[in-house]
Design a protein around this ligand. Structure first.
Ligand SMILES: NC(=O)C1=CN([C@@H]2O[C@H](COP(=O)(O)OP(=O)(O)OC[C@H]3O[C@@H](n4cnc5c(N)ncnc54)[C@H](O)[C@@H]3O)[C@@H](O)[C@H]2O)[C@@H](O)CC1
Ligand SMILES: Nc1ncnc2c1ncn2[C@@H]1O[C@H](COP(=O)(O)OP(=O)(O)O)[C@@H](O)[C@H]1O
Ligand SMILES: [K+]
Length: 502
């Protein structure tokens, strides 16, 4: 991944960027001035002049706080500065800015909230290293209770910039102003919620510092995979655009049909559904351009293998509506293992994941080729009990670890879907609206991924592009969305994407 404006920096990488900028000739004093000025400007643009309490902590985040206080004072704002720390133990640049502050300062205490109409949170930023406790905890708790609007500097204090988790106590901000590049914690829940609106400001750090950082986390934006997007070629024909095979279940027939339609809409040249003979009429009657293949009268665990012998299927989707009752579960497992054995690219979702709950290692050890696993948190916990939510591990590390352990691309769903590659790269999706929390939306996503894989995108970028398109169509439809709408709303979004590309 080429580091660009969508690169996400961990707090450690941000510190390195900061140091590299200084080495490149930008004085630390000037970076801090630029950061503080950017926040003060954002505050003046958003709020009318009012009494403001600036909470400044012991590190450089506090240094920014002194700059903000002085800027607002110069613009005639009534400013109270509450400080926690020792000036003479601050960095040189923070000390210089603290001295430049023309007002008084008091030791941090909840009493200072009296009369304030806005709180600037410059207690801790990237340097937060442990749980918030003591007077900082009491202060943040009092800020929460006050209900006052908060503008956070870099991150709301107490938010872990890498994981998006709250360390102790965090006051939700209405606005968070951050510098140079976003951090993963700004985008992962609950961090995304706690930051409120996020404003990214340039403070004069040269882009060249990115080269020295091993960046492997990105926000999902079109620029990441735009070059690889498989637009139809002038002289192409349907066989150039891939053939997706989808496993259809006996009882729940809608899910795999949603996947099939999604694969078609995203451009797969051909889509086939392989279904139990008894359900064939239902499938066949409802599909026009999808080919529906019956799996034989005595549908055996091996029936799907015979279909797989046709090498024209270049991607297989198993899971949506596949079924887990009685013999269904064994059929699903056999279909998955057969697909993996013959090295077909595949998307494994829903029941194809749950079917391996008792022996996830059987699934993992069979994965050798291109494979995307698309669990929601429930399915993830069944496959990776040691990485599930109660483990205390954050979502980004859990998804990365799962990809590392399985050798598959893991797309861990949710409001902050994470796409993790076995090579350590990860993409965080940020455009999905809450309307997607509806039955069948995941089946459509699986179909989008498969359709892009079939047309030659790599599993990592196919998953990222599909997640972005999924969010974008959902935004276009808005409230009232049902899963059936998603695939049919895709053409508008694709047209816009293509126009942007051209
Ligand atoms: N990265 C950049 O490019 C720039 C960063 N700046 C600011 O600098 C900040 C980072 O500064 P620092 O690295 O000094 O870090 P912080 O200001 O976040 O805090 C570090 C200090 O807090 C203490 N501390 C950490 N966790 C604590 C806890 N739970 N309870 C009590 N004390 C705790 C540490 O011992 C240390 O003294 C950024 O967040 C940003 O606001 C800007 O000044 C300018 C440019
Ligand atoms: N609150 C939310 N905000 C944004 N996207 C969401 C939210 N909740 C769920 N989604 C997305 O909706 C889809 C739901 O998929 P899934 O849970 O597999 O449902 P189903 O199995 O019914 O299709 C996923 O892509 C998920 O990321
Ligand atoms: K802060």
């Amino acid at each position: 991944m080429t580091p660009n404006q969508h690169a996400l920096l961990t707090p450690q990488q941000m510190t390195q960027a900061d140091q590299a900028a200084v080495v490149a000739g930008v004085p630390a004093f000037r970076l801090m001035a630029a950061a503080g000025n950017a926040v003060a400007e954002a505050i003046r643009a958003r709020w009318s002049k009012r009494p403001v309490l600036v909470m400044a902590g012991p590190g450089n985040n506090g240094g920014d706080g002194f700059v903000i206080a002085e800027q607002l004072r110069q613009h005639g704002w009534p400013v109270t500065l509450a400080f926690m720390g020792q000036i003479d133990r601050m960095s040189e640049e923070a000390q210089a800015h603290a001295k430049a502050w023309q007002g008084e300062w008091q030791s941090l205490s909840p009493m200072q909230l009296e009369g304030a109409e806005l709180v600037v949170d410059a207690l801790f930023g990237a340097g937060l290293s442990r749980l918030i406790e003591g007077v900082a905890y009491e202060m943040l708790e009092a800020v929460v209770q006050s209900g006052l609007p908060v503008c956070a500097v870099d991150v709301p204090s107490g938010l872990d910039g890498t994981t998006g988790q709250a360390l102790g106590m965090v006051a939700k901000a209405e606005l968070t102003v951050t510098f140079f590049r976003k951090k993963p914690g700004h985008l992962i829940w609950p961090g995304r919620f706690l930051c409120g609106d996020l404003l990214l400001c340039d403070i004069g750090i040269p882009e060249s510092v990115l080269k020295g950082l091993a960046i492997n986390i990105m926000e999902n934006q079109v620029d990441l995979w735009r070059q690889d997007y498989p637009w139809p070629q002038q002289n192409g024909h349907k066989f150039h655009r891939g053939h997706v095979l989808i496993y259809g279940g006996q009882w729940i027939t809608g899910a795999s049909r949603l996947s099939a339609r999604a694969s078609q809409r995203v451009g797969a040249g051909l889509v086939s559904l392989a279904v139990p003979e008894i359900s064939w009429p239902i499938y066949a009657a409802s599909m026009l351009s999808v080919m529906v293949k019956p799996l034989g009268k005595n549908q055996s665990e091996q029936a799907f293998h015979q279909v797989l012998n046709d090498s024209r299927f270049n991607v297989v989707v198993i899971g949506p509506g596949a079924g887990l009752d009685g013999k269904d579960k064994d059929r699903v497992k056999q279909a998955v293992l057969g697909t993996l054995k013959c090295g077909r690219a595949c998307v494994l979702d829903a029941d194809a994941l749950t079917a391996f709950s008792e022996q996830p290692e059987v699934l993992f050890s069979a994965i050798h080729g291109p494979c995307v696993l698309t669990p929601h948190e429930g399915e993830f916990a069944r496959l990776f009990p040691h990485l599930s939510e109660p483990s205390g591990k954050d979502k980004l590390s859990r998804a990365k670890q799962a990809a590392h352990e399985t050798g598959a691309v893991v797309l861990l769903k949710g409001a902050d879907t994470i796409i993790a590659s076995p090579d350590g790269r990860a993409i965080i999706n940020t455009n999905a609206p809450a309307e997607l929390a509806t039955g069948g939306a995941g089946d459509v996503l699986a179909g989008f991924i498969a359709g892009l894989l079939a047309q030659g995108m790599t599993p990592f970028y196919a998953a990222a592009a599909a997640a972005w398109l999924h969010g974008e169509v959902a935004n276009e439809i808005g409230v009232g969305l049902i899963a059936e709408d998603l695939a049919d709303a895709l053409p508008n979004v694709l047209q816009r994407l293509k126009a942007y590309q051209d």
